[in-house]
Design a protein around this ligand. Structure first.
Ligand SMILES: [Zn+2]
Length: 186
């Protein structure tokens, strides 16, 4: 009995290991009997199985990393999903997912607070940015203004990404070089 051969290994571990061996085709189960592959086949099969497990582990780690980024990111869930599926959408936000709703709520709240503290009528609060301005945002670094409204500034970053910010967080860089460095349109 296999059980007697390795008495120190817990039963459950043994069952899992056995299942892996059967799945990998290294062991054949016939009723209560276990047949090991012939030695030659065994070797190549084992190498192949090990390779598969390594690949699966790497894939699992990649997926896990993507999931963590997805959960942590305040970005649009749909956009992230589509990007993951190698289809980058033209829009930044779907405005339907929870992340977009949170972002919108946060923007509105932020905006209300801003108006309260500044005490400015809405029509006068146009941010002092123009398209093409070199600007910087904390943590994201420098970029170029691509669109401006009263509530937001869209900034294109050197990595090609377009992100939306409250004007409050955007700071115009003193140094404004001639034509803005345009990334090649993707
Ligand atoms: Zn969304």
């Amino acid at each position: 009995m296999l059980r007697d051969a390795v008495p120190d290994v817990p039963m459950r571990k043994l069952q899992v290991a056995l299942k892996m061996l059967v799945d990998a085709g290294l062991v054949e189960k016939a009723g209560k009997m276990l047949h090991l592959l012939p030695a030659d086949d065994l070797h190549s099969h084992a190498a192949q199985a090990a390779q598969q497990y390594t690949e699966r582990e790497e894939r699992d780690r990649e997926i896990l990393g993507a999931m963590v980024a997805y959960a942590r990111s305040g970005q649009c869930r749909w956009r992230l999903l589509l990007e993951y599926l190698a289809d980058t959408p033209e829009w930044e936000r779907c405005n339907h997912c929870d992340s977009c709703r949170h972002a919108r709520d946060a923007e509105m709240l932020e905006h209300q607070l801003q108006e309260k503290t500044v005490g400015m009528p809405k029509s006068e609060s146009l941010p002092g940015f123009t398209v093409g301005d070199r600007v910087a945002v904390r943590r994201r670094g420098a970029g170029v203004v691509e669109a401006v409204t009263r509530e937001r500034v869209d900034i294109r970053f050197p990595d090609g990404s377009l992100r939306r910010f409250l004007p409050h967080y955007v700071r115009r860089l003193k140094h404004q070089p001639g034509p803005p460095p345009q990334e090649q349109a993707a």
